[in-house]
Design a protein around this ligand. Structure first.
Ligand code: ADP
Length: 460
C-alpha cells in the first residue's frame, strides 16, 4: 500500500529533525543562496550557525567541499547537515562572529592595522587556501567577507557554495612533490607560531606544487575541456544584455563587438557569475570556462592589497569597468605578457584603447614596502601560470622578516554579529552595496551601432 509522502516543511523553524536537536535563534545573515541563523545545540548549548541553502547546486558544492576539508584549521567546521529530497539543505556550521571585511573596515576607520597583524591574517588566509588547493578545490569566491574569524582570532575560509573540486581529492602526489612538500612544511613550522594556524588534516596528501598542479590541471583540461565549469559564464559579455544599453555615453576606453546569430543570442542571457567582481580574475572577465586554482590566487592578491591599503584594489562598478580598471593598472594585454590570452573567448570581442602609461601596482600600494608590493605582484599578474601558489607565498621571506607576524592571540578581533537580524555588520554591508553581480546595472549605458559582423557597443 502506498503511503503519502511526509508533508514538506518550508521553514527551518518547523523542521522536526532540526528542532529536535537545535534551538533556532535569530537570523544573522543572508546571502545570494542562503539564510543563516544562530542556533544552540540542545545537547551541550554549543552556539552554531544554521545555514539554510535554497539552491541545490550550491548546497551540494558546499557540503562536498567542506567534507573534504574537514579538520583543516583555517576552514569553517561543518558539524553536520540535514538534507531531504524536496527540502533545502541545512548545514550546521561553527558560529563565527566576524570576518576580514569588518577587520578592514574597522582598521580603515581607526587607521590601525600593524604589519605584524597583516602578516598573521595573510598567513592564515594562505594556509586556508593552500589546504583547498592541495585538495584541488577551487573556492571561486574568495573575498574578505567570506573569510570568517573566531573570537580568538582564527581565520576560516567560508561560503563554499561556488567551490569546485577539480579532481578527486588525494590525487597522486608524486615523489618529488612530496619532497617539495616536506621542505615547505618544515619552513612553515618555523613560520607559524601557533598550532591552530597550521594545516593539520589532509597534510598527508602533500601539497600540489606549482608545476604539479598546473600539470595536473592541464591533464584535466585535456580530459574534460568541454564539461569544465559548466555553470555560469563569467565574462563581461555574459552579464551584458542589449536591453542594458541606451544612448548615454560612458567615459571609458573600450569597445565591445557582439555577434549576431547563436553567439549573439547567448549574449542576451543574464547568467550567474563566479566570484565577486572586485576579486574576479581577468581570465573570468574574458569569458574563460577553462580556468583553475589560479583564479583564487588573483583574488588572494586583491585581498592582500586591500589588507595593506585598507581600500579595495579594483572596485569595479560593472564587469567591463572591472577589466578597464585592471588594464589601467597593469597595461594592455597581449600574447607576450600572457601567452594564450588571445584565445580567450571574449578577447577579440572586447577591445581597449592603448594605455600608454599603466599606473602600475606599486602606485596602487602607497606606503607599502618593496616586499609587500612584490608579494601582491606575484598574485595580481595576468598570466595565471605565473601566479605564485599559496605554498610558495607561505615560504616568502616577507613573513620571516621584522616585524614578525603577531601571535594569533594578539590579533584584534572586532566584536560583531551579535545576533541582530540584518545582513552583516559594519563594512561588510557597505561593500556588498557596491558589489552587484549583474553587469552594466550600475554602469550606465553604451552607444550601439551596427557593424558588418553584428553590432558594436561603443564606450568612448
Ligand atoms: P551565501 O552562500 O548565500 O553567500 P554566506 O555563506 O555568505 O551565504 O552567508 C550569508 C551570511 O551569513 C554571511 O554574510 C554571514 O553574515 C552569515 N554567516 C555565514 N556563515 C556563518 C557562520 N559560520 N557563522 C556566523 N555567521 C555566518
Amino acid at each position: 500500500m502506498e503511503t503519502d509522502p511526509p508533508p514538506k516543511s518550508w521553514s527551518i523553524h518547523t523542521r522536526p529533525e532540526i528542532i529536535a536537536k537545535y534551538k533556532v535563534l535569530e537570523r544573522v545573515g543572508s546571502g545570494a543562496y542562503a539564510d543563516v541563523y544562530r542556533g544552540r545545540r540542545l545537547s551541550d548549548d554549543l552556539t552554531v550557525a544554521l545555514k539554510e541553502i535554497h539552491d541545490y547546486q550550491s548546497a551540494f558544492r558546499e557540503i562536498d567541499a567542506l567534507q573534504i576539508l574537514q579538520g583543516s584549521p583555517n576552514v569553517v567546521v561543518l558539524h553536520e547537515y540535514f538534507w531531504r529530497e524536496d527540502e533545502d539543505a541545512v548545514l550546521v556550521l561553527e558560529f563565527l562572529r566576524t570576518d576580514l571585511a569588518t577587520v578592514i573596515s574597522d582598521a580603515a576607520k581607526e587607521r590601525t592595522l600593524s604589519v605584524g597583524e597583516i602578516k598573521r591574517w595573510m598567513i592564515q588566509i594562505l594556509c586556508g587556501v593552500d589546504t583547498c588547493h592541495r585538495n584541488m578545490i577551487v573556492h571561486r569566491d574568495l573575498k574578505p567577507a567570506n573569510l570568517l574569524i573566531s573570537d580568538d582570532g582564527v581565520l576560516k575560509l567560508a561560503d563554499f557554495g561556488q567551490a569546485r573540486i577539480l579532481m578527486e581529492p588525494g590525487f597522486d602526489a608524486s615523489e618529488e612533490n612530496l619532497q617539495q612538500y616536506e621542505h615547505g612544511a618544515s619552513n612553515l613550522e618555523s613560520l607559524l607560531q601557533h598550532p591552530e594556524a597550521l594545516p593539520q588534516k589532509n597534510q598527508e596528501l602533500g601539497p600540489v606544487g606549482h608545476a604539479e598542479y598546473f600539470e595536473a590541471l592541464e591533464k584535466l583540461r585535456m580530459k574534460s575541456s568541454t564539461e569544465d565549469i559548466p555553470d555560469g559564464n563569467t565574462s563581461c559579455l555574459a552579464t551584458c544584455t542589449t536591453s542594458d544599453i541606451d544612448d548615454d555615453i560612458l567615459k571609458t576606453n573600450f569597445s565591445v563587438e557582439a555577434m549576431e546569430g547563436e553567439e549573439g543570442k547567448e549574449l542576451g542571457c543574464l547568467t550567474s557569475c563566479v566570484g565577486t567582481r572586485w576579486f574576479r580574475a581577468p581570465e573570468l572577465l574574458y569569458g574563460s570556462t577553462n580556468y583553475g586554482l589560479e583564479i583564487d590566487l588573483w583574488s588572494l592578491g586583491c585581498i592582500f592589497a586591500e589588507l595593506l591599503t585598507l581600500q579595495p584594489l579594483f572596485p569595479g562598478t560593472a564587469d567591463i569597468d572591472q577589466l578597464s580598471r585592471i588594464i589601467n593598472v597593469l597595461g594592455n594585454l597581449d600574447d607576450k605578457i600572457w601567452p594564450g590570452c588571445s584565445t580567450l573567448p571574449d578577447y577579440g570581442i572586447i577591445s581597449f584603447s592603448k594605455v600608454e602609461n599603466p599606473r602600475g601596482l606599486e602606485n596602487c600600494l602607497p606606503n607599502c614596502s618593496p616586499d609587500e608590493v612584490s608579494l601582491v605582484k606575484k598574485l595580481v599578474c595576468y598570466d595565471p601560470a605565473r601566479r605564485a601558489t599559496a605554498m610558495e607565498l607561505l615560504r616568502d621571506k616577507y613573513f620571516d622578516e621584522e616585524p614578525l607576524p603577531v601571535p594569533v592571540s594578539d590579533l584584534r578581533v572586532p566584536l560583531t554579529r551579535t545576533g541582530e537580524d540584518k545582513g552583516s555588520p559594519g563594512g561588510w554591508n557597505e561593500y556588498n552595496g557596491m558589489d552587484s553581480d549583474s553587469d552594466l546595472d550600475d554602469f550606465g549605458s553604451v552607444n550601439i551601432t551596427r557593424t558588418g559582423t553584428g553590432f558594436s557597443m561603443q564606450f568612448p
